[in-house]
Write a protein that binds this ligand. Structure first.
Ligand code: GAR
Length: 192
C-alpha cells in the first residue's frame, strides 16, 4: 500500500509513521513521498533521514485553502507517486473538490480532538478552554465538509487536574503518534 504524506509543520506524526515503518509496524504500508505547502517545514527534513523523496509544492495563490493552480500542482505531485492512501498529518489547508475528486476515498486526516467536538484550528486549546473531562485525537476520512468525514478511529486522553495546555498537548500528541501508524497498518490489512 503506497502512502503519500502531506504536512505543513514539524512533522512529528510523519516521523512516527516512518519510525513505525522502520520497526516493521506499518503493515503492508510504505511511505513513498512527503509533500509540504511550507518550504521550511520540519516535515521535509524527514525525507533525507528516512530515505523518502520529500518536496515543497507551491500552494499559491490561496493562503488557507488548496484551490486553483496550487491545487493542480499538488494533484500532479501526488499522482506521480501513485498512492493508495493519502495521509494528511498536520496539513493545514482546506481541500476542495478538485483534489478530493482526484483521490476519492483515499484521503485520511488526523485531528487533535474527539470529533465531532472541536473541529477546525487549535483543537487542543479549544478542548482545554472548554474545560472538558477528556479529549483525544481522531483519524477520519476527508470530505468537503471540514473535519466531518467518517470517523475511522479515535484515542481518548483524559484532562488532569493540574494540566496546562502544554501538558495536555504533549499527551494528545503522544496519543496521535500511536494512533495514526496503527490505523495505517490496519488499512493495509495488518493488525498490530
Ligand atoms: C497534529 O496535532 C495534528 O492533529 C494537527 O496538526 C498537528 C501536526 O503536528 N492537525 C490539525 O490540527 C488539522 N486540523 P506534526 O506536524 O508534528 O505532525
Amino acid at each position: 500500500m503506497r502512502v503519500v504524506i502531506l504536512g505543513s509543520g514539524r512533522g512529528s506524526n510523519a516521523e512516527a509513521i516512518l519510525q513505525a515503518q522502520a520497526a516493521g509496524r506499518l503493515g503492508r504500508a510504505q511511505v513513498v513521498r512527503i509533500l509540504s505547502d511550507q518550504p521550511g517545514a520540519g516535515i521535509l527534513a524527514l525525507g533525507a533521514r528516512f530515505g523518502v523523496p520529500a518536496q515543497f509544492v507551491d500552494p499559491a495563490p490561496f493562503k488557507t485553502k488548496l484551490e486553483g493552480e496550487g491545487e493542480g500542482r499538488f494533484i500532479a505531485a501526488v499522482r506521480e507517486a501513485a498512492p493508495d492512501l493519502v495521509v494528511l498529518a498536520g496539513f493545514m489547508r482546506v481541500l476542495k473538490p478538485g483534489f478530493l475528486g482526484a483521490f476519492a476515498g483515499k484521503i485520511i486526516n488526523l485531528h487533535p480532538s474527539l470529533l465531532p467536538a472541536f473541529p477546525g484550528l487549535d483543537g487542543i486549546g479549544q478542548a482545554f478552554r472548554a474545560g472538558v473531562k477528556e479529549t483525544g485525537c481522531t483519524v477520519h476520512e476527508v470530505t468537503l465538509a471540514v473535519d466531518a468525514g467518517r470517523i475511522i478511529e479515535q484515542a481518548r486522553v483524559p484532562l488532569l487536574p493540574d494540566d496546562t495546555v502544554e501538558s495536555l498537548a504533549a499527551r494528545v500528541h503522544a496519543a496521535e503518534h500511536r494512533l495514526l501508524p496503527a490505523v495505517i497498518a490496519r488499512l493495509s490489512g495488518v493488525e498490530n
